[in-house]
Design a protein around this ligand. Structure first.
Ligand code: NAD
Length: 419
Protein backbone atom coordinates (compact mmCIF):
# COMPACT_ATOMS: atom_id res chain seq x y z
CA UNK A 1 0.00 0.00 0.00
CA UNK A 2 2.80 2.32 -0.86
CA UNK A 3 0.45 4.42 -2.99
CA UNK A 4 -1.02 7.45 -1.24
CA UNK A 5 -4.67 6.53 -1.97
CA UNK A 6 -4.39 3.39 0.13
CA UNK A 7 -2.59 5.00 3.02
CA UNK A 8 -3.90 5.54 6.53
CA UNK A 9 -2.47 4.89 9.99
CA UNK A 10 -3.94 1.37 9.89
CA UNK A 11 -2.63 0.49 6.44
CA UNK A 12 0.81 1.85 7.35
CA UNK A 13 0.75 -0.49 10.32
CA UNK A 14 -0.29 -3.51 8.21
CA UNK A 15 2.46 -2.74 5.68
CA UNK A 16 5.03 -2.28 8.45
CA UNK A 17 4.13 -5.73 9.84
CA UNK A 18 4.32 -7.20 6.34
CA UNK A 19 7.73 -5.62 5.68
CA UNK A 20 9.19 -7.08 8.89
CA UNK A 21 7.97 -10.58 7.98
CA UNK A 22 8.95 -10.24 4.30
CA UNK A 23 12.48 -9.24 5.28
CA UNK A 24 12.77 -12.19 7.67
CA UNK A 25 11.51 -14.51 4.90
CA UNK A 26 13.81 -12.86 2.35
CA UNK A 27 10.92 -12.44 -0.07
CA UNK A 28 11.88 -11.20 -3.51
CA UNK A 29 11.32 -7.39 -3.59
CA UNK A 30 9.35 -7.73 -6.84
CA UNK A 31 6.92 -10.06 -5.11
CA UNK A 32 6.84 -7.99 -1.92
CA UNK A 33 5.90 -4.98 -4.02
CA UNK A 34 2.83 -6.82 -5.30
CA UNK A 35 1.76 -8.10 -1.87
CA UNK A 36 2.13 -4.73 -0.20
CA UNK A 37 -0.93 -3.39 -2.03
CA UNK A 38 -4.38 -4.77 -2.80
CA UNK A 39 -5.36 -6.36 -6.12
CA UNK A 40 -8.42 -4.16 -6.42
CA UNK A 41 -10.28 -1.46 -4.50
CA UNK A 42 -13.79 -0.26 -5.24
CA UNK A 43 -15.28 2.93 -3.78
CA UNK A 44 -19.02 3.37 -4.21
CA UNK A 45 -21.62 6.00 -3.42
CA UNK A 46 -24.55 4.58 -1.50
CA UNK A 47 -27.54 6.92 -1.82
CA UNK A 48 -30.03 6.04 0.91
CA UNK A 49 -33.53 7.38 1.56
CA UNK A 50 -33.60 8.42 5.23
CA UNK A 51 -36.78 8.27 7.32
CA UNK A 52 -37.24 12.04 7.08
CA UNK A 53 -37.33 11.87 3.25
CA UNK A 54 -33.78 13.17 2.64
CA UNK A 55 -31.37 11.18 0.49
CA UNK A 56 -28.06 10.73 2.28
CA UNK A 57 -25.09 9.54 0.21
CA UNK A 58 -22.86 7.19 2.23
CA UNK A 59 -19.44 6.03 1.02
CA UNK A 60 -18.86 2.29 0.74
CA UNK A 61 -15.74 0.21 0.00
CA UNK A 62 -14.77 -3.28 -1.08
CA UNK A 63 -11.06 -3.99 -1.16
CA UNK A 64 -9.73 -7.29 -2.53
CA UNK A 65 -6.18 -7.82 -1.41
CA UNK A 66 -5.12 -11.17 -2.87
CA UNK A 67 -6.91 -14.27 -4.20
CA UNK A 68 -4.02 -16.53 -5.12
CA UNK A 69 -5.21 -19.20 -2.66
CA UNK A 70 -8.92 -19.00 -3.52
CA UNK A 71 -11.92 -16.66 -3.68
CA UNK A 72 -11.69 -13.40 -1.74
CA UNK A 73 -13.23 -13.58 1.72
CA UNK A 74 -13.77 -10.88 4.32
CA UNK A 75 -16.22 -8.99 6.47
CA UNK A 76 -18.27 -5.86 5.95
CA UNK A 77 -17.83 -3.16 8.61
CA UNK A 78 -20.28 -0.37 9.43
CA UNK A 79 -18.47 2.26 11.50
CA UNK A 80 -17.84 6.02 11.26
CA UNK A 81 -14.05 5.47 11.02
CA UNK A 82 -14.25 3.24 7.92
CA UNK A 83 -12.04 4.56 5.11
CA UNK A 84 -10.06 3.14 2.20
CA UNK A 85 -6.86 2.77 4.23
CA UNK A 86 -8.54 0.92 7.08
CA UNK A 87 -10.41 -1.43 4.76
CA UNK A 88 -7.22 -2.10 2.78
CA UNK A 89 -5.33 -3.04 5.95
CA UNK A 90 -8.13 -5.33 7.09
CA UNK A 91 -8.19 -6.96 3.63
CA UNK A 92 -4.44 -7.63 3.81
CA UNK A 93 -4.77 -9.20 7.27
CA UNK A 94 -7.53 -11.45 5.90
CA UNK A 95 -5.12 -12.78 3.25
CA UNK A 96 -2.54 -13.76 5.87
CA UNK A 97 -5.22 -15.13 8.22
CA UNK A 98 -6.84 -17.44 5.66
CA UNK A 99 -3.42 -18.64 4.58
CA UNK A 100 -2.20 -19.18 8.15
CA UNK A 101 -5.11 -21.47 9.06
CA UNK A 102 -4.92 -23.30 5.72
CA UNK A 103 -8.15 -22.13 4.07
CA UNK A 104 -8.39 -22.08 0.26
CA UNK A 105 -9.46 -18.43 0.38
CA UNK A 106 -8.01 -15.00 -0.28
CA UNK A 107 -8.37 -11.76 1.65
CA UNK A 108 -10.87 -8.94 1.23
CA UNK A 109 -12.79 -6.47 3.37
CA UNK A 110 -15.56 -3.96 2.89
CA UNK A 111 -17.49 -1.39 4.75
CA UNK A 112 -19.53 1.76 4.86
CA UNK A 113 -18.58 4.90 6.71
CA UNK A 114 -21.67 5.31 8.91
CA UNK A 115 -22.83 4.99 12.51
CA UNK A 116 -25.26 2.03 12.49
CA UNK A 117 -26.46 2.95 16.01
CA UNK A 118 -27.89 6.17 14.54
CA UNK A 119 -29.77 4.47 11.70
CA UNK A 120 -33.30 3.06 11.85
CA UNK A 121 -33.92 -0.49 10.68
CA UNK A 122 -35.39 0.85 7.43
CA UNK A 123 -32.40 3.09 6.78
CA UNK A 124 -29.98 0.25 7.56
CA UNK A 125 -31.81 -2.07 5.18
CA UNK A 126 -31.99 0.48 2.33
CA UNK A 127 -28.31 1.35 2.73
CA UNK A 128 -27.27 -2.33 2.82
CA UNK A 129 -29.31 -3.26 -0.26
CA UNK A 130 -28.01 -0.32 -2.30
CA UNK A 131 -24.43 -1.07 -1.21
CA UNK A 132 -24.90 -4.70 -2.30
CA UNK A 133 -26.20 -3.56 -5.69
CA UNK A 134 -23.18 -1.25 -6.07
CA UNK A 135 -20.63 -4.01 -5.37
CA UNK A 136 -22.59 -6.74 -7.16
CA UNK A 137 -20.18 -6.94 -10.08
CA UNK A 138 -17.13 -7.65 -7.94
CA UNK A 139 -18.61 -10.22 -5.55
CA UNK A 140 -19.88 -13.75 -6.18
CA UNK A 141 -19.79 -17.24 -4.61
CA UNK A 142 -16.63 -18.13 -6.55
CA UNK A 143 -15.25 -14.60 -6.59
CA UNK A 144 -15.66 -12.77 -3.29
CA UNK A 145 -17.82 -13.82 -0.35
CA UNK A 146 -18.61 -11.17 2.31
CA UNK A 147 -19.30 -11.82 6.02
CA UNK A 148 -20.10 -9.82 9.18
CA UNK A 149 -17.65 -7.54 10.97
CA UNK A 150 -18.04 -4.61 13.36
CA UNK A 151 -21.47 -3.03 13.16
CA UNK A 152 -22.99 -5.73 10.94
CA UNK A 153 -24.77 -8.94 11.90
CA UNK A 154 -26.78 -11.85 10.51
CA UNK A 155 -29.68 -9.54 9.58
CA UNK A 156 -27.37 -7.42 7.41
CA UNK A 157 -26.01 -10.62 5.82
CA UNK A 158 -29.59 -11.76 5.11
CA UNK A 159 -30.30 -8.48 3.27
CA UNK A 160 -27.10 -8.86 1.24
CA UNK A 161 -28.02 -12.44 0.35
CA UNK A 162 -31.56 -11.43 -0.61
CA UNK A 163 -30.47 -8.46 -2.74
CA UNK A 164 -27.87 -10.54 -4.60
CA UNK A 165 -30.38 -13.38 -5.09
CA UNK A 166 -33.08 -10.99 -6.42
CA UNK A 167 -30.60 -9.77 -9.04
CA UNK A 168 -29.70 -13.32 -10.08
CA UNK A 169 -33.33 -14.50 -10.12
CA UNK A 170 -32.76 -17.42 -7.74
CA UNK A 171 -31.53 -18.02 -4.18
CA UNK A 172 -27.75 -17.78 -3.82
CA UNK A 173 -27.04 -18.51 -0.13
CA UNK A 174 -23.33 -19.07 -0.76
CA UNK A 175 -22.83 -15.38 -1.68
CA UNK A 176 -22.39 -14.48 1.98
CA UNK A 177 -21.54 -16.17 5.28
CA UNK A 178 -22.65 -15.35 8.81
CA UNK A 179 -26.28 -15.38 7.66
CA UNK A 180 -29.19 -16.82 9.69
CA UNK A 181 -29.44 -20.62 9.82
CA UNK A 182 -32.98 -20.32 8.35
CA UNK A 183 -31.55 -19.17 4.99
CA UNK A 184 -28.49 -21.40 4.73
CA UNK A 185 -26.28 -20.20 7.59
CA UNK A 186 -24.28 -22.69 9.58
CA UNK A 187 -24.74 -23.68 13.18
CA UNK A 188 -21.96 -22.22 15.32
CA UNK A 189 -21.04 -19.21 13.14
CA UNK A 190 -22.36 -16.52 15.49
CA UNK A 191 -20.15 -17.76 18.35
CA UNK A 192 -17.21 -18.91 16.24
CA UNK A 193 -14.84 -15.97 16.62
CA UNK A 194 -15.23 -15.61 20.40
CA UNK A 195 -15.13 -19.36 20.87
CA UNK A 196 -11.97 -19.57 18.77
CA UNK A 197 -10.33 -16.90 20.94
CA UNK A 198 -10.92 -19.13 23.96
CA UNK A 199 -9.63 -22.28 22.19
CA UNK A 200 -6.28 -20.59 21.59
CA UNK A 201 -6.18 -19.05 25.08
CA UNK A 202 -6.47 -22.60 26.43
CA UNK A 203 -3.48 -23.65 24.30
CA UNK A 204 -1.46 -20.61 25.38
CA UNK A 205 -2.23 -21.27 29.05
CA UNK A 206 -1.07 -24.89 28.66
CA UNK A 207 2.14 -23.69 27.05
CA UNK A 208 2.79 -21.09 29.78
CA UNK A 209 1.68 -23.31 32.67
CA UNK A 210 -1.17 -20.99 33.69
CA UNK A 211 -4.10 -22.60 35.52
CA UNK A 212 -7.23 -21.13 33.93
CA UNK A 213 -9.61 -22.14 36.67
CA UNK A 214 -9.66 -19.00 38.84
CA UNK A 215 -7.54 -16.95 36.42
CA UNK A 216 -8.75 -13.40 35.67
CA UNK A 217 -9.76 -11.83 32.35
CA UNK A 218 -10.54 -8.39 30.97
CA UNK A 219 -12.44 -7.96 27.70
CA UNK A 220 -12.59 -4.72 25.69
CA UNK A 221 -15.64 -4.60 23.38
CA UNK A 222 -18.81 -6.51 24.15
CA UNK A 223 -20.14 -7.25 20.68
CA UNK A 224 -20.09 -10.46 18.69
CA UNK A 225 -16.47 -11.32 19.52
CA UNK A 226 -16.06 -9.85 23.01
CA UNK A 227 -19.32 -11.02 24.55
CA UNK A 228 -18.87 -14.61 23.38
CA UNK A 229 -15.21 -14.69 24.44
CA UNK A 230 -16.24 -13.35 27.88
CA UNK A 231 -19.00 -15.95 28.22
CA UNK A 232 -16.83 -18.86 27.05
CA UNK A 233 -13.95 -17.83 29.34
CA UNK A 234 -16.23 -17.85 32.39
CA UNK A 235 -17.53 -21.27 31.32
CA UNK A 236 -14.06 -22.72 31.78
CA UNK A 237 -13.66 -21.14 35.23
CA UNK A 238 -12.01 -17.82 34.35
CA UNK A 239 -13.21 -14.79 36.35
CA UNK A 240 -14.23 -11.80 34.22
CA UNK A 241 -13.10 -8.75 36.20
CA UNK A 242 -13.42 -6.04 33.55
CA UNK A 243 -15.46 -5.39 30.44
CA UNK A 244 -16.25 -2.41 28.23
CA UNK A 245 -17.91 -1.19 25.07
CA UNK A 246 -17.96 2.14 23.25
CA UNK A 247 -19.86 3.70 26.20
CA UNK A 248 -17.08 2.87 28.72
CA UNK A 249 -16.05 0.10 31.08
CA UNK A 250 -16.92 -1.73 34.29
CA UNK A 251 -14.66 -3.40 36.81
CA UNK A 252 -15.24 -5.78 39.71
CA UNK A 253 -12.29 -7.76 41.04
CA UNK A 254 -14.75 -10.29 42.49
CA UNK A 255 -16.10 -11.06 39.02
CA UNK A 256 -18.81 -9.60 36.77
CA UNK A 257 -22.01 -11.57 35.99
CA UNK A 258 -21.63 -12.30 32.25
CA UNK A 259 -25.15 -13.64 31.73
CA UNK A 260 -26.62 -10.46 33.22
CA UNK A 261 -24.29 -8.25 31.16
CA UNK A 262 -25.47 -10.08 28.05
CA UNK A 263 -29.09 -9.37 29.01
CA UNK A 264 -28.32 -5.64 29.37
CA UNK A 265 -26.37 -5.54 26.09
CA UNK A 266 -29.11 -7.38 24.18
CA UNK A 267 -31.82 -5.12 25.55
CA UNK A 268 -30.07 -1.73 25.27
CA UNK A 269 -27.61 -2.48 22.40
CA UNK A 270 -24.84 -1.31 24.75
CA UNK A 271 -23.63 -1.70 28.33
CA UNK A 272 -24.66 1.86 29.23
CA UNK A 273 -26.59 1.93 32.49
CA UNK A 274 -25.29 -1.49 33.49
CA UNK A 275 -25.68 -1.77 37.31
CA UNK A 276 -22.70 -4.13 37.90
CA UNK A 277 -19.20 -3.18 39.09
CA UNK A 278 -17.55 0.25 39.14
CA UNK A 279 -17.25 2.48 36.09
CA UNK A 280 -13.86 2.99 34.43
CA UNK A 281 -12.72 4.36 31.09
CA UNK A 282 -11.60 2.19 28.18
CA UNK A 283 -8.04 3.43 28.73
CA UNK A 284 -8.09 2.33 32.39
CA UNK A 285 -9.67 -0.99 31.49
CA UNK A 286 -6.77 -1.97 29.24
CA UNK A 287 -4.33 -1.41 32.09
CA UNK A 288 -6.09 -3.62 34.66
CA UNK A 289 -3.97 -6.34 36.22
CA UNK A 290 -5.22 -9.67 34.87
CA UNK A 291 -4.09 -12.99 33.42
CA UNK A 292 -5.86 -12.64 30.07
CA UNK A 293 -6.61 -9.43 28.20
CA UNK A 294 -8.88 -9.69 25.15
CA UNK A 295 -9.11 -6.51 23.07
CA UNK A 296 -12.22 -7.17 20.95
CA UNK A 297 -13.15 -3.73 19.61
CA UNK A 298 -11.00 -1.57 17.35
CA UNK A 299 -7.52 -1.32 15.87
CA UNK A 300 -4.64 0.50 17.58
CA UNK A 301 -5.80 0.28 21.19
CA UNK A 302 -2.42 -0.79 22.57
CA UNK A 303 0.23 1.67 21.48
CA UNK A 304 3.65 2.97 22.51
CA UNK A 305 1.79 5.24 24.97
CA UNK A 306 0.13 2.54 27.11
CA UNK A 307 2.12 -0.65 26.34
CA UNK A 308 4.37 -0.18 29.37
CA UNK A 309 1.29 -0.28 31.61
CA UNK A 310 -0.48 -3.29 30.09
CA UNK A 311 -0.61 -5.75 33.00
CA UNK A 312 -1.74 -9.10 31.56
CA UNK A 313 0.12 -12.38 31.00
CA UNK A 314 -1.69 -13.39 27.81
CA UNK A 315 -2.87 -10.84 25.24
CA UNK A 316 -5.45 -12.59 23.02
CA UNK A 317 -6.28 -10.32 20.10
CA UNK A 318 -9.99 -10.76 19.36
CA UNK A 319 -9.98 -7.53 17.35
CA UNK A 320 -8.00 -7.00 14.17
CA UNK A 321 -4.89 -4.88 14.63
CA UNK A 322 -5.38 -3.83 18.27
CA UNK A 323 -1.61 -3.60 18.91
CA UNK A 324 0.76 -1.31 17.02
CA UNK A 325 4.28 -2.48 16.02
CA UNK A 326 5.80 -0.02 18.53
CA UNK A 327 3.68 -1.51 21.32
CA UNK A 328 4.58 -5.03 20.15
CA UNK A 329 8.25 -4.33 20.83
CA UNK A 330 7.49 -3.05 24.35
CA UNK A 331 5.22 -6.00 25.19
CA UNK A 332 7.80 -8.47 23.86
CA UNK A 333 10.44 -6.92 26.10
CA UNK A 334 8.09 -7.23 29.06
CA UNK A 335 7.44 -10.92 28.39
CA UNK A 336 3.73 -10.64 27.62
CA UNK A 337 2.59 -13.58 25.51
CA UNK A 338 0.64 -12.35 22.47
CA UNK A 339 -1.77 -14.53 20.54
CA UNK A 340 -1.86 -12.40 17.37
CA UNK A 341 -5.12 -11.38 15.70
CA UNK A 342 -4.66 -13.48 12.55
CA UNK A 343 -4.55 -16.56 14.80
CA UNK A 344 -6.73 -15.54 17.78
CA UNK A 345 -9.74 -14.33 15.81
CA UNK A 346 -9.49 -16.75 12.87
CA UNK A 347 -12.43 -18.76 14.23
CA UNK A 348 -14.81 -16.43 12.40
CA UNK A 349 -13.41 -17.02 8.94
CA UNK A 350 -12.86 -20.73 9.61
CA UNK A 351 -16.55 -21.27 10.35
CA UNK A 352 -17.46 -18.90 7.51
CA UNK A 353 -15.51 -21.28 5.28
CA UNK A 354 -17.49 -24.21 6.74
CA UNK A 355 -20.70 -22.32 5.97
CA UNK A 356 -19.67 -21.66 2.37
CA UNK A 357 -18.70 -25.32 1.88
CA UNK A 358 -22.03 -26.50 3.34
CA UNK A 359 -23.98 -24.11 1.09
CA UNK A 360 -22.09 -25.26 -2.01
CA UNK A 361 -22.77 -28.92 -1.14
CA UNK A 362 -26.30 -28.35 0.15
CA UNK A 363 -25.36 -30.61 3.05
CA UNK A 364 -25.35 -29.31 6.61
CA UNK A 365 -23.35 -30.29 9.66
CA UNK A 366 -24.19 -30.51 13.37
CA UNK A 367 -22.93 -27.79 15.71
CA UNK A 368 -20.69 -30.32 17.46
CA UNK A 369 -19.05 -31.16 14.14
CA UNK A 370 -18.51 -27.46 13.39
CA UNK A 371 -16.95 -26.79 16.81
CA UNK A 372 -14.80 -29.91 16.70
CA UNK A 373 -13.37 -29.05 13.29
CA UNK A 374 -12.88 -25.43 14.37
CA UNK A 375 -10.90 -26.48 17.43
CA UNK A 376 -8.77 -28.92 15.39
CA UNK A 377 -7.78 -26.22 12.90
CA UNK A 378 -7.01 -23.62 15.56
CA UNK A 379 -5.01 -25.95 17.80
CA UNK A 380 -2.95 -27.07 14.81
CA UNK A 381 -2.36 -23.47 13.72
CA UNK A 382 -1.44 -22.44 17.28
CA UNK A 383 1.20 -25.19 17.46
CA UNK A 384 2.56 -24.33 14.02
CA UNK A 385 2.96 -20.70 15.08
CA UNK A 386 4.57 -21.69 18.38
CA UNK A 387 7.02 -24.03 16.63
CA UNK A 388 7.91 -21.40 14.04
CA UNK A 389 8.45 -18.82 16.77
CA UNK A 390 10.85 -21.20 18.55
CA UNK A 391 12.62 -22.26 15.36
CA UNK A 392 13.31 -18.71 14.20
CA UNK A 393 13.48 -17.16 17.67
CA UNK A 394 10.75 -14.63 16.84
CA UNK A 395 7.57 -13.62 18.65
CA UNK A 396 4.18 -15.18 17.95
CA UNK A 397 3.00 -12.33 15.68
CA UNK A 398 6.01 -12.50 13.43
CA UNK A 399 5.80 -16.31 13.36
CA UNK A 400 2.11 -16.19 12.37
CA UNK A 401 2.74 -13.60 9.67
CA UNK A 402 5.72 -15.56 8.34
CA UNK A 403 3.62 -18.71 7.90
CA UNK A 404 0.70 -16.83 6.33
CA UNK A 405 2.83 -14.72 4.00
CA UNK A 406 5.14 -17.55 2.93
CA UNK A 407 2.26 -19.74 1.70
CA UNK A 408 0.84 -16.86 -0.33
CA UNK A 409 4.27 -15.97 -1.72
CA UNK A 410 4.93 -19.57 -2.80
CA UNK A 411 1.57 -19.74 -4.59
CA UNK A 412 2.28 -16.41 -6.30
CA UNK A 413 5.61 -17.71 -7.56
CA UNK A 414 3.98 -20.85 -9.00
CA UNK A 415 1.38 -18.78 -10.82
CA UNK A 416 3.86 -16.17 -12.05
CA UNK A 417 3.19 -12.73 -13.45
CA UNK A 418 0.67 -12.42 -16.28
CA UNK A 419 1.93 -9.75 -18.58
P1 NAD B 1 -19.44 -5.70 17.07
O1 NAD B 1 -19.94 -4.53 16.32
O2 NAD B 1 -20.33 -6.87 17.27
O3 NAD B 1 -18.93 -5.23 18.52
C1 NAD B 1 -17.98 -4.23 18.70
C2 NAD B 1 -17.93 -3.89 20.18
O4 NAD B 1 -16.87 -2.99 20.42
C3 NAD B 1 -19.20 -3.20 20.68
O5 NAD B 1 -19.48 -3.64 21.99
C4 NAD B 1 -18.80 -1.72 20.68
O6 NAD B 1 -19.57 -0.94 21.60
C5 NAD B 1 -17.36 -1.84 21.11
N1 NAD B 1 -16.53 -0.69 20.77
C6 NAD B 1 -16.52 0.05 19.64
N2 NAD B 1 -15.60 1.01 19.72
C7 NAD B 1 -15.01 0.88 20.94
C8 NAD B 1 -13.97 1.56 21.61
N3 NAD B 1 -13.37 2.60 21.05
N4 NAD B 1 -13.62 1.13 22.85
C9 NAD B 1 -14.23 0.07 23.41
N5 NAD B 1 -15.22 -0.62 22.83
C10 NAD B 1 -15.60 -0.21 21.61
O7 NAD B 1 -18.08 -6.12 16.35
P2 NAD B 1 -17.37 -7.54 16.35
O8 NAD B 1 -17.88 -8.31 15.20
O9 NAD B 1 -17.42 -8.11 17.72
O10 NAD B 1 -15.88 -7.11 15.98
C11 NAD B 1 -14.95 -6.65 16.97
C12 NAD B 1 -13.55 -6.80 16.44
O11 NAD B 1 -13.32 -8.17 16.12
C13 NAD B 1 -13.23 -6.02 15.17
O12 NAD B 1 -11.88 -5.62 15.20
C14 NAD B 1 -13.43 -7.05 14.08
O13 NAD B 1 -12.71 -6.75 12.91
C15 NAD B 1 -12.88 -8.28 14.77
N6 NAD B 1 -13.34 -9.55 14.21
C16 NAD B 1 -14.66 -9.85 14.12
C17 NAD B 1 -15.04 -11.08 13.60
C18 NAD B 1 -16.48 -11.51 13.54
O14 NAD B 1 -16.73 -12.68 13.20
N7 NAD B 1 -17.44 -10.69 13.88
C19 NAD B 1 -14.07 -11.99 13.13
C20 NAD B 1 -12.71 -11.65 13.25
C21 NAD B 1 -12.37 -10.42 13.80
Amino acid sequence: MANEEWRSATSDMAVQQFDIAAEKLAIDPNLAGRLRRPDRALIVSVPTRMDDGRVHVFTGYRVQHNDVLGPFKGGIRYHPAVNLGEVSALAMWMTWKCSLVGLPLGGAKGGISCDPAELSRNELQSMTRRFTAEILNVIGPEVDVPAPDMGTNEQVMAWIMDTYSQHKGHAVPEIVTGKPVAIGGTLGRRDATGRGVVYVVVEAAKHLGIELNGATAVVQGFGNVGSVAARELTEIGVKLIGVSDRTGGFVDVNGLPVAKLLEVANKNHSLAGCPYGDRITNEELLELQCDILVPAAMEMQITEFNAARIACRILAEGANGPTTPEADAILRERGIFIIPDILANAGGVIVSYFEWVQDLQNFFWSEDEVNKKLREILVKAFNEVLNTSRKHDVDMRLAALMIGIERVAKAMLWRGLYA
